[in-house]
Design a protein around this ligand. Structure first.
Ligand code: GTP
Length: 316
């Protein structure tokens, strides 16, 4: 499958700070998942209980990534509230890499990760200046100390992150220090050496009957293709390419279901306000909607439609 072209709005103004390489990280996630605590932990090593929720700031820290990479981190702490498209675009274009955070005791914040990933992907594939590799994006599950309140299992987080091609970390910012630094180190190494980047997790699975593969192709083709949306086509192909003779039936089922999520997310984000079909199909179009709101609603509606397609392997 040909990989999509990633682009940037502009070249970074000055890539060095003294002898250190400047490295810009945007941290996204829903309100209250612990973004500020996470950033402050990395920058100061301290955990401070409460922060101004509306705060948006850029933290800076000079740090040597082992073995000997002096890096000047600039970390954008985002407010976690619904933002308009332009604001999101600016932030995404500013950053070299992304950390998407959810809290394990908040299932809604976990669902939000898919939307954020596709928003990042969409902005980068639609901006002006070409860059060779997609910027690194990692997923962080926070608050794992809240054992009794957990709503998202480690396995769910890991599987989802793996499927969207992101490294996955589960932490408690309250209790961890070194683990947080390690995430920032890994992120830089993914940025600096993208060709060496490999997901840290893999599945060991039993075998899918070879005869199932063409059937899966046939059914995935039923997912509506969206005009002018190569990314959606890309995800459809990706899902198929990930299912082969060595894939278990159970995994194939998961791949297909996750593909539906991919398709619906990308579809929604690829549909600018007022452009037609999906909006009409989903009956979510409204002149007062911002594209960002629209994308969210369209994703939900579109998912209902896609889910009605019989794509589960047991029905193949
Ligand atoms: N138990 C627990 N609480 C945490 C952890 N990390 C952050 N918190 C708490 O979660 C709450 C929200 O943390 P913030 O860092 O303000 O979250 P945020 O994502 O920046 O929130 P907004 O600024 O509103 O978007 C605070 O009360 C933190 O003390 C953690 O690992 N464990």
């Amino acid at each position: 499958m040909s990989s999509p072209v990633f682009r940037r709005h502009s070249k970074k103004p000055n890539n060095f700070h003294g002898n250190s390489q400047r490295f810009r990280v945007a941290v996204f996630g829903q309100k209250g998942v612990g973004k500020t605590a996470f950033n402050v932990r990395f920058v100061t090593k301290r955990f401070i209980g409460e922060y101004d929720p509306s705060l948006e700031s850029i933290y800076q820290r000079e740090f040597t990534v082992p073995p000997n990479h002096p890096v000047f981190y600039e970390i954008m702490d985002t407010p976690g509230q619904e933002e308009n498209d332009e604001a999101m675009k600016e932030k995404i274009s500013w950053a070299d890499a992304f950390i998407l955070i959810y809290a394990v005791n908040d299932a809604v914040s976990f669902k939000e990760i898919a939307r954020l990933k596709f928003l990042v992907y969409h902005v980068l594939t639609n901006s002006h200046i070409k860059c060779d590799h997609p910027p690194p994006v990692v997923v962080v599950a926070n608050k794992c100390d809240l054992v009794q309140e957990r709503m998202v299992s480690t396995d769910e987080g890991l599987r989802f992150a793996s499927h969207i091609g992101c490294n996955f970390y589960e932490v408690s910012v309250r209790e961890s220090v070194d683990e947080i630094s390690k995430i920032f180190e890994d992120l830089y190494m993914l940025y600096r050496y993208p060709e060496k980047s490999k997901l840290k997790h893999s599945h060991h699975l039993s075998t899918l009957p070879a005869m199932l593969k063409p059937k899966i192709h046939k059914h995935i083709d039923k997912i509506p293709r969206l005009q002018g949306s190569p990314v959606v086509g890309g995800f459809q192909k990706q899902a198929v390419s990930e299912i082969d003779d060595t894939t278990s039936k159970e995994q194939a089922d998961t791949e297909i279901r996750t593909d539906q999520v991919c398709v619906k997310g990308v579809a929604a984000h690829n549909y600018p306000l007022g452009s037609g079909t999906i909006a009409d199909d989903c009956e979510t179009r409204g002149s007062s909607e911002t594209p960002n709101n629209f994308a969210t609603k369209a994703a939900e509606e579109f998912s209902k439609k896609v889910l009605t397609l019989t794509l589960k392997t047991e029905n193949l």
